[in-house]
Design a protein around this ligand. Structure first.
Ligand code: GDP
Length: 410
């Protein structure tokens, strides 16, 4: 399967938003596009696209799993469902622990609202790199620039627009990619499923050039290569920008901001490209820390050659297969038939079925490797927050020292 096996091509992400900003719709569109491209490849034939759309509309894609796996351009993306709570509950904290990157969705009309601030602080606490998606660009009153400003002012972040909207409200018809300096026009006939690349129209040339300059200026602060070229008025290539922006996103120095309308299928593919371009793979995050039997801190790297350990972050009942324990494997490999140890319960568990959950199917797998997320069926003693580790080993990843709830403050 595309992307499997290579850790650098894996993304564990969460989608976080103020209620009503469009988190559910964005997630559904992502699952829809990725399902479509993974199953039938890039379809350029309009009829095939429409057939697929009708099928999908009938079936209705909804995110129902604690973690849903999808594929985009040779990358595997695990989308972890973050609970909608606005405060720092154990459940929210636990989900934040297992994801490596976040798409923060904002409403282009409402901008940064109090609840978005809380969500942002939650991601700050775990130092999670983020990209921002300014959604609902089709709505009356949508204001991309204002939203980008608010991300800076209210959230204290350094946002950097990587796209600009073409048109607004009813006439929102495309985006300008400030990195390649091309216009991506959404095709109305396929409801935005098809995107054509075009030259930037004359009336948007100067605004786009100015916005690209701002992007380069911000990048130059964090990247010497870009700085030199910028100062010497040399062309900075898209590849150089992607590389520098990835670095600045991972170090939490910059937040790439894109715009679109999930509802109208506009801008979701560029958002997926940004996920794989800028958000971290498990190799980009520090080794996980836990406590050994004596209470000493031990670390485990995201490598299949390490001893197995993983954190069970959610239990869920599935109508078809029964009780699922969602697990992030941090190191080693969890294999079918393994006997693993749960140190908190001091019990052994047998791994008799492993699943990956997709938008509309469950896939039985033989193993889940370091960095990846999946579900174990039929555990007897394990509850959420428990660590599973190799038999004969002892590591506890989650110790229950959660801070007092902090609501909406820096
Ligand atoms: P959530 O609470 O963040 O999960 O938000 P939802 O995805 O449920 O969206 C809230 C409402 O906004 C729903 O009625 C959606 O249909 C609508 N919505 C979501 N995205 C867009 C968009 O891009 N444009 C418009 N006009 N409506 C949207």
């Amino acid at each position: 399967m595309a992307g499997q096996g290579s850790l650098s091509n894996l993304r564990n992400i969460g989608i976080m938003a103020h209620i009503d900003a469009g988190k559910t719709t964005t997630t559904e569109r992502i699952l829809y596009y990725t399902g479509r491209s993974h199953k039938i490849g890039e379809v350029h034939d309009g009829t095939a696209v429409m057939d697929w759309m009708e099928q999908e509309q009938e079936r209705g894609i909804t995110i129902t799993s604690a973690a849903t796996t999808c594929f985009w351009k040779d990358h595997q993306i695990n989308i972890i469902d973050t609970p909608g709570h606005v405060d720092f509950t154990v459940e929210v904290e636990r989900c934040l622990r297992v994801l490596d990157g976040v798409i923060a969705v904002f409403c282009a009309v409402g901008g940064v609202e109090p609840q978005s601030e809380t969500v942002w602080r939650q991601a700050d606490r775990y130092q999670i790199p983020r990209i921002a998606f300014v959604n609902k660009m089709d709505r009356i009153g949508a204001d991309f620039d204002k939203c980008v400003e608010e991300i800076a002012e209210r959230l204290g972040a350094r946002p950097v627009a990587v796209t600009l909207p073409v048109g607004s409200e009813d006439t929102f018809s495309g985006i300008i990619d400030l990195i390649t300096m091309r216009m991506l026009r959404f095709d109305e006939a396929t409801q935005g499923l098809r995107i054509t690349e075009e030259a930037i129209p004359d009336d948007l040339q100067s605004k786009s050039s100015a916005a690209r300059m701002t992007l380069l200026e911000k990048l130059a602060d964090f990247d010497e290569g870009v700085m030199e070229k910028y100062l010497e008025d040399q062309e900075v290539t898209p590849e150089e920008i992607y590389r520098a922006l990835r670095k600045a996103t991972l170090s939490l120095d910059l937040v790439p901001v894109l715009c679109g309308s999930a509802f109208k299928n506009k801008g979701v593919q560029p958002l997926l490209d940004a996920v794989i371009r800028y958000l971290p793979s498990p190799l980009d995050i520090p080794p996980v820390e836990g406590e050994d039997k004596g209470g000493n801190i031990v670390t485990r790297k995201a490598s299949r050659s390490e001893k197995f350990c993983g954190l069970v972050f959610k239990l869920q009942t599935d109508a078809y297969v029964g009780n699922l324990a969602f697990i992030r494997v941090y190191s080693g490999e969890l294999k079918l038939g393994d006997k693993v140890f749960n140190p908190l319960k001091r019990k052994k568990e047998k791994i008799s079925k492993l699943l990956k959950l997709h938008a509309n199917k469950r896939e039985e797998v033989g193993s889940i490797g370091a960095g990846d997320i999946g579900a174990v069926v039929g555990l007897k003693f394990t509850t959420t927050g428990d660590t599973l580790c190799a038999s004969g080993d002892w590591i506890v990843l989650e110790t229950m020292d959660f801070p007092e709830p902090v609501i909406g403050v820096a």
